[in-house]
Design a protein around this ligand. Structure first.
Ligand code: FRU
Length: 481
């Protein structure tokens, strides 16, 4: 199909990130891999491009590579128990819930019911046809509110050691852990978080999973999204590293850590049922202005999928995230691997014949300040760089186009470097109205939206003094639509 038939060529429409064809989208939900397909459900109101919370559905898209997506009709709709808020999905391999009816394993989603009175409960739905149709469980809700209205976003995982299910649930200012033999009856195991981490806002969308630390040892990671109270204002996702003993999660550090320091990555959680990789994507927006960003036909996009790993820096373990390798299939054949001698400034778009509204750039630079300037002929520009004196990366979107829709949008956002290594590694993904900066192999990440009045046509890279960039590679990205 041509682009015009599909639509997806509107101003600001991302060309290689998932966004719904039309209307509102927020959090990713129910991410599960089954039978060769990645499922991505999402918070969606099918008839409004601003969130109509009482009418919140689970939208649905599928992909075989997390890059090319096919949007399907909304999967789960509100009912007498309330709107369908965020949650997760699992494959019930052992038929613990007894709901399997054919040869396919049952996919089970656990989500929050948000009723008109705001007192939230958890509900369940299941699919015996590879996620195409969903039936609500007859005895919903499966977990009743304990007296705190903010009681939501169940993320369920199978705990192999004890052969049972666990659920993390966000309860106002902490996470509660529940266990279950069958996904239907849940027992509270423990609480985490009242006196640790960032508390500038309410806790939402937790996720608990194990990762290998590269030396064969296993650590547990707890993700917690928080709104507001993020490092650059509004909503953001923090993480904790620690241990889970089959009842309780304990963090091994007391400092606050962010999965992404930029303003526009929220509510990200990992895919269920993916062996050997931990894959995540987030909602590429911020509750401070998500409802009024200047896209009207649709509102909301996801980040690129990212693979999570543990890394050690000065004896401390951190979570690093990098774009999944599947994205490389979108590279136009302009890729170039070499050393690039840089003498003050070069326009990369002109030199390599790149359309700088959608590209993937990587290089390694000595520990020096540098700046990339994306600009158009209307005098609008976006700045991305490293400030050596303050040891911080920045994305400055103050003059990058439309900002007046919100006071919270037109800012220069920063993130401290963690690594003390001499060289700085940069990977930068730009897609029409989004930028994702991965530094030092994903130790510090920044995701940001921007809305230029016309596409950027120049991409200038400058440094204060002569240097040679190593591993330089730039590729225009193909559209997925
Ligand atoms: C996070 C969130 C969740 C909630 C959903 C409602 O962005 O507020 O806590 O379930 O969005 O759409």
């Amino acid at each position: 199909m041509s682009k015009t038939e599909v639509g997806f060529n509107e101003q600001h429409r991302l060309q290689y990130h998932f966004s719904p064809k039309e209307m509102w989208m927020n959090d990713p939900n129910g991410m599960v891999y089954y039978d060769g397909e990645y499922h991505l459900f999402f918070q969606h109101t099918p008839h409004t491009s601003t969130p109509d919370f009482p009418n919140m559905h689970w939208g649905h898209a599928i992909s075989t590579d997390m890059v090319h997506w096919k949007e399907l009709p909304p999967a789960i709709a509100p009912d007498e128990h309330g709107a369908i808020f965020s949650g997760s999905a699992v494959v019930d391999y052992n038929n613990t819930a007894g709901l399997q009816s054919g040869k396919d394993k049952t996919l089970i989603s656990i989500f929050t019911y948000s009723p008109a009175n705001g007192v939230q409960n958890q509900g369940m739905a299941y699919s015996n046809d590879r996620g195409r149709t969903w039936v609500k469980y007859e005895n919903n809700p499966v977990l009743q509110n304990q007296g705190i209205a903010d009681f939501r976003d169940p993320k369920v995982f199978w705990y192999e050691r004890d052969q049972k299910w666990f659920m993390t649930l966000a309860v106002k200012d902490h996470v509660e852990l529940y266990s279950s033999p069958d996904l239907k009856f849940w027992t509270k195991e423990s609480e985490f978080g009242q006196s640790i981490g960032a508390h500038g806002g309410i806790w939402e969308c937790p996720d608990l999973f194990s990762l290998s630390d590269g030396n064969g040892a296993e650590k547990w990671v707890m993700l917690v999204s928080i709104n507001p109270g993020g490092p650059n204002g509004g909503s953001a996702t923090q993480y904790f590293i620690g241990d889970f003993d089959g009842h309780k999660f304990t963090a091994e550090h007391s400092d606050i850590r962010w999965l992404d320091n930029g303003p526009d990555n929220y509510a990200g959680v990992t895919w269920s049922n993916v062996k050997r990789r931990k894959l995540l994507l987030g909602w590429m927006s911020n509750w401070e202005y998500s409802q009024i960003v200047p896209t009207n036909k649709w509102r909301g996009a996801m980040t690129v999928p990212r693979e999570l790993e543990l890394v050690k820096i000065d004896g401390q373990t951190y979570v690093a995230s990098m774009p999944v390798s599947e994205l490389n299939t979108l590279h136009e054949s302009k890729g170039l691997k070499a050393g690039l001698a840089l003498n003050s400034s070069v326009d990369l778009a002109e030199t390599y014949d790149i359309q700088p509204s959608k590209f993937d750039l990587s290089f390694t630079i000595e520990n020096k300040p540098f700046e990339l300037k994306l600009s158009n002929d209307d005098g609008e520009y976006l700045l991305v760089g490293y400030d050596l004196g303050n040891r911080e990366f920045y994305i400055d979107r103050r003059r990058a186009g439309k900002t007046s829709f919100s006071d919270a949008f037109g800012r220069r956002n920063t993130a401290k470097r963690i690594s003390n290594d001499g060289n700085i590694e940069i990977r930068l993904l730009v897609d029409v109205s989004s930028i994702e900066l991965f530094t030092d192999d994903g130790e510090v990440v920044m995701t940001s939206l921007f809305f230029p009045n016309s596409d950027f046509t120049h991409l200038e890279l400058s440094t204060e003094s002569k240097t040679t960039l190593k591993g330089f590679e730039i590729n225009e990205m193909k559209s997925i639509w």
